[in-house]
Design a protein around this ligand. Sequence first.
Ligand SMILES: [Zn+2]
Ligand SMILES: [Zn+2]
Length: 114
Amino acid sequence: MPVAQPSTEIHALCHEHHIQMKLNQIFVGTDGVRTQVLAYACPETDCFVHYSSSHGYFIFSQNESQIETDSLMPRVRCEKDGMPLYLAEVLPERKGFRLWTCPKCSMNHAVNVR
Ligand SMILES: [Zn+2]
Ligand SMILES: [Zn+2]
């Protein structure tokens, strides 16, 4: 059994692969100014999807060291505090079902996409 997780630990899924992402430290920026960001990363090789509660979903590749967002990234925000929600659950038997969760207030937001 794992020991008690820090309360900040969330179970965010990659929005493309629907597998749980792992907390990672990434370094964003140019060589002169590098900012350390804690982000969840998809464990799939060749998948650059990341999530952090401050940036939401974004693309990050080690080579570029830049956070990229594009229109394909999910943009679901909490109605209460405006935080970017993370994908917490999908159901294999209900294809379009997505459960989004707020990292701040834990509000759940279920949607069905076609
Ligand atoms: Zn992925
Ligand atoms: Zn919230």
